[in-house]
Design a protein around this ligand. Structure first.
Ligand SMILES: Cc1cc2nc3c(=O)[nH]c(=O)nc-3n(C[C@H](O)[C@H](O)[C@H](O)COP(=O)(O)OP(=O)(O)OC[C@H]3O[C@@H](n4cnc5c(N)ncnc54)[C@H](O)[C@@H]3O)c2cc1C
Length: 380
């Protein structure tokens, strides 16, 4: 049977478009691709931040970058110089528009917008998906849709955040320093902090973030966010120009790539997230780049590369410590960012920790707690 396409990408979000835009650059060598995306159009709906390490990609799209980041608890404040690996943010609409421009130039890629991909059938080694007025088929499917979570797959911690972008009537922010974590509030069983990205002296993204045992809704974070806005802008008049809310599961059960290479799941909850910190964007970019190399070599698109056993164990250990001793969270993060060489913690949080980086991070955990959790971890 003839297939309509070589590849079907289900979901044209970060992972789907990251792959498709790179495939589009192959020109006539690009496989025939169908992207099936539920949304009708693309708008600015998130801001992706990451450290611009050597391997970081798409950095030309960054709206802002900061060479200093602040981590602070009640009586301690650490400002980390990261001029070699600045902290950067990309507006999602800049990414979407750049990807769509590239994709539209390659006639071998069709983007089906406003189409919800449902059941997928396999017949004669071809995957077939029915969409509104037609059906598409291909020998390989890349599924980037968020998977249905199974109840016993709860993550160790949830990272819930609600943020607003504010425009102030006068200068308020120091736009040279991004506030990564300012632990202003201690709440039983949770780690709460302010995350603030100052785009200019008058404009910033102000975010209320909670690491906790359950996912929190915008209304549950509203009070905290209001307090942080007031604290950040004082009595200066401001208007809210954008809002965002999301919940990232941290430390899900290990994502084991499926056995069938013709149906690959990727994206945030399918191995795309840095387990212990929830950073996703650059990890997806690296996957997309690797996938294109595989295609050029005549191979199918792979899933995300699994972290090594040791890194997975260390990530879990780190999260278990935060889960069991949230009141020690501020102290742990301040100690981490106080390390003489911040490279290790940046690589650990971003995505690319070496074994040595993870060991250095573990060495900062309070010794007694570390040993207790290590012993518990052996039996889990
Ligand atoms: C507000 C916000 C802020 C974030 N900030 C950061 C950050 O600073 N740094 C970072 O690294 N990560 C961040 N993330 C997390 C992560 O990078 C993003 O969620 C990223 O978009 C995940 O990529 P993805 O491709 O897995 O999912 P998505 O980008 O969500 O793509 C999935 C796509 O599938 C589509 N879809 C779903 N169901 C169907 C269906 N049935 N049929 C067809 N299409 C379907 C969706 O419409 C969507 O376009 C943030 C996320 C959000 C929401």
């Amino acid at each position: 049977m003839e297939s309509d396409y070589d590849l079907i990408i289900m979901g044209g979000g970060c992972a789907g478009l990251s792959l498709a835009m790179r495939l589009a650059e192959l020109g006539g060598e690009c496989p025939r691709v169908a992207i099936i995306e539920r949304r009708e159009n693309y708008v600015h709906d998130r801001t992706w931040s990451y450290w611009a390490t050597e391997s970081a990609q798409l950095t030309h799209l960054a709206k802002s970058d900061w060479k200093k980041v602040l981590v602070g608890a009640a009586d301690q404040r650490v400002v980390v110089d990261c001029d070699k690996t600045p902290y950067q943010s990309i507006y999602s609409d800049a990414f979407y528009q750049s990807a769509l421009r590239k994709i539209s130039k390659n006639k071998r890629i069709d983007l089906f917008l406003g189409e919800s991909a449902g059941v997928v059938h396999q017949k004669n080694n071809l995957w077939q998906i029915n969409i509104k007025n037609t059906s598409v088929s291909a020998p390989q499917v890349i599924d980037t849709r968020p998977p249905k979570r199974v109840s016993d797959e709860a993550p160790i911690l949830w990272q819930s955040f609600s943020g607003v972008e504010v425009k102030c009537s006068q200068d308020v922010f120091d736009d040279r320093v991004a506030t990564l974590m300012d632990f202003t509030e201690v709440t039983l069983g949770e780690i709460r902090f302010l995350y603030l990205l100052p785009y200019s002296p008058t404009c910033a993204l102000i975010e209320a973030t909670v690491f906790g045992k359950r996912a929190m809704s915008p209304s549950e974070l509203a009070g905290m966010l209001d307090g942080l806005i007031k604290k950040s802008v004082g009595s200066v008049a401001y208007e809210i120009t954008y809002r965002e809310h999301f919940v990232i599961p941290m430390g899900l059960g290990d994502h084991v790539p499926g056995g069938d290479p013709s149906y690959v799941t990727v994206g945030l909850e399918s191995g795309g997230a840095r387990a212990s910190t929830g950073y996703v964007f650059q990890r997806i970019q690296r996957w997309a780049e690797g996938a294109v190399s595989e295609i050029k070599n005549g191979k199918p698109v792979p899933g995300h590369v699994r972290d090594s056993w040791v890194i997975r164990k260390m990530d879990k250990l780190f999260l278990r410590v935060l889960e069991r001793y949230p009141e020690r969270g501020p102290e742990i993060f301040v100690r981490l960012f106080s390390m003489r060489d911040s490279g290790s913690v940046i690589r650990f949080m971003n995505d690319e920790p070496t074994l040595w980086d993870s060991i250095r991070v573990m060495s900062v955990l309070p010794y007694g707690i570390f040993i207790k959790e290590l012993v518990r971890g052996i039996f889990r």
